[in-house]
Design a protein around this ligand. Structure first.
Ligand code: RNT
Ligand code: ZN
Length: 419
């Protein structure tokens, strides 16, 4: 161990010990927290199932940074590179369009075997898998409606796709011996003001009931439903509004997926976490960074990320939460994007764990709001940096920005060679 890292850590450890925080035990706990890394950052949400299909559903990637992965082997190599720069063991979040097969299959024909190579790879790497049906970027989604379409044929197509995705998730969970979370997000909505705001929601509800009719063993898979306030092309109305998702999840024993970019601009998911988890058993997060809209920028260590981490840690609700990332930036090195976003998520959790939580709660209950404000402000400048450096060092990943040279090297050797 680099002696200056150790020295700085020892000083930090002492400072935290003085406020009753044991940094060693914080880092021990931090090791066990898994982040679900979004595979789609690696190739701008293209997938491998179809060629030359434009991204639809109101989500957008911008930029054309060279070197994006265009085969499963490339994507896996890139993720491996990213994982080697991120402390801890994590999960990879796949979308249905990332099937690895030579067969010509459509979304309503997918089988577990089309993902066998992912499972083998995940086993080898000791990571878990999460999953998503892909209800966009497909001709059957061109109307802007999928599960809630008024067209029977369209609805049946997407119901079948979703059912097959649940089966694939169950297969992931069993093979890997850890729960696979399947997130259901649908772009369904209207660009302009609808006359009938209820019928699409009725259709959505009964279609979801069909999708979820089959019971799967909860040890291996969990279904989550993601709402959205608006999307590009669905500005006036989304079928799965917040109320829809929360009510459906609560009444059907599902999880909600809270995406940081899916609410009105001053609404934050950090405040929704402890509310939703009063009424549901588990929760999925899509940690993202909305800039003026649901722009899916790379996650940075900003106030809301810190608040999300505090919400999870101060309450203990982290034990019932699956932390997923959801961003896609095509204007920067995609591996760097993964590394920056994931390291920030872990760092924010570490910071939250470095608070004397019980003492702060007592001060609050005593009504001493002066101390609450004074202390939480002072704690912001406690030396969490040296703790983070020590953690990276002990987890055998690069300390501070030294990972960047490795990514630049990989870019030069591998990415720029790609057509
Ligand atoms: C879209 C949703 C959804 C997607 C991913 C690719 O607004 O956030 O989660 O970003 O499934
Ligand atoms: Zn999302």
């Amino acid at each position: 161990m680099d002696s200056s890292i150790l020295k700085a850590y020892e000083l930090a450890k002492k400072a935290y010990a003085e406020i009753g925080v044991d940094t060693d035990s914080v880092l021990d706990k931090l090791k066990n927290i898994k982040i679900s890394i979004n595979c789609w950052q690696g190739d701008d949400v293209n997938g491998f199932l179809f060629q030359d299909i434009a991204l639809s559903g109101g989500i957008q990637t911008t930029g054309n940074y060279p070197g994006k992965a265009s085969t499963p082997a490339q994507l896996r190599a890139d993720i491996e590179q990213a994982l080697s720069l991120i402390p801890g063991k994590h999960k990879l979040n796949l979308h249905a369009i990332y099937a690895d097969t030579d067969e010509k299959v459509d979304l309503d024909e997918l089988e577990p075997r089309h993902f066998a190579s992912w499972v083998e790879w995940a086993k080898q790497k000791g990571i878990g898998l999460d999953f998503n049906p892909t209800c966009f970027s497909h001709p059957m989604a061109d109307s802007g409606f999928t599960l809630s379409s008024a067209d029977e044929k369209t609805r049946r197509f997407w119901i079948e796709h979703c059912k097959r995705c649940r089966k694939i998730a169950d297969y992931f969970g069993r093979e890997l011996g850890q729960k696979c979370v399947t997130n259901f997000w649908f772009p369904d909505g209207y660009k302009d003001i609808p006359v009938d705001r209820q019928a699409p929601r009725e259709r959505m509800k009964s279609a979801l009931d069909e999708v979820f009719a089959e019971e799967y063993d909860g040890r291996y898979s969990l279904d989550a439903i993601e709402s959205k306030v608006f999307g590009i092309g669905a500005e006036s109305y989304t079928v799965i509004s917040n109320e829809f998702a929360v009510a459906y999840a609560v009444s059907h024993s599902k999880a909600c997926c809270l995406d940081a970019g899916h609410y009105h601009p001053t609404e934050v998911i950090s405040d929704k976490i402890p509310t939703v988890l009063l009424f549901t058993d588990e929760l999925l997060l899509h940690v993202s960074r909305p800039v003026r809209w649901d722009s899916d920028h790379v996650v940075i260590l900003d106030d809301e990320l810190v608040a999300i981490a505090q919400s999870l840690v101060r309450t203990g609700l982290i034990n019932r939460t699956h932390i997923g990332l959801d961003f896609f930036d095509a204007s920067i090195n995609r591996i760097a994007a993964w590394v920056i976003g994931t390291r920030n998520m872990i760092k924010a959790l570490m910071r939250a764990m470095l608070e004397p939580i019980e003492a702060l709660k007592k001060i609050e209950l005593d009504g001493d709001y002066t101390s609450r404000l004074a202390l939480t402000e002072e704690y912001k400048s406690y030396p969490f940096g040296p703790v983070w450096d020590y953690y990276c060092e002990t987890m055998n990943v690069p300390v501070r920005e030294s990972w960047l040279d490795i990514v630049k090297n990989y870019e030069k050797k591998i990415l720029t060679e790609r057509k």
